[in-house]
Design a binder for this molecule. Sequence first.
Ligand code: ADP
Length: 167
Amino acid sequence: MERLQTVLGDITKQSVDAIVNAANCSLLGGGGVDGAIHRAAGPELLAECRMLHGCETGKAKITKGYRLKAKYIIHMVGPIYSGTPEDAVQLADCYRSSLELAKTYDIHSIAFPAISTGVYGYPLDAATQIAVDTVTDWLQNHADYDMKVIFCCFDARTAQAYQTKME
Ligand code: ADP
C-alpha cells in the first residue's frame, strides 16, 4: 500500500487515526480549516484546547477528536508567510513535529491539510514541495514504523500541486 496519498475532500470527514489542524498560536479557534475542525468536533474540543495554553510556530500539540471519526487532532501552527528563509524551516518543522507526536501516540494514519497556504499566504507551489519532501524524508527515516500519510486537499488546484510533486 502507498504510504503517501493525495485526497480531494474535507479533512473533518477522513477516516484516519489523526487529522492535523492548521491552528493559530492561541489554539482557540479561527477560520478556514481550523473553524471547520472545531465545528465538526464539537465544543469539547475548544474546552480541551483552552487547557493547552497555546502553541509556538513550527510546533504541534494533540487533543482528542471528539465527534470526528479521527481519534486524535494534532494542532500545528504554520508560519505566516514572510518571504524570509525562516518560513521554509518553520513549515518543515511543523510536518516533522506532527509526525513525531503522532508516533508517540501510536498513530498509524494521519491526514494533513495544506498548512499555511490559506490565510497565512504561503505560495502553494513552495509549500507543497516542502510538505512532500519533509514527509517523504520522515517516512524514509522511519521505514520500520507503519505510517500512512494523506495530503487532504480542499480544492483541485491544491491536489494538482501535490500530485505533480509526488510523480
Ligand atoms: P492557514 O492559516 O495555515 O493558511 P487555512 O485554514 O487558511 O490555514 O488554509 C489552509 C488550507 O486548508 C487551505 O488550502 C484551505 O483551502 C484548506 N481547507 C479549508 N477548509 C478545509 C477542510 N475542511 N478540509 C481540508 N482543507 C481545508
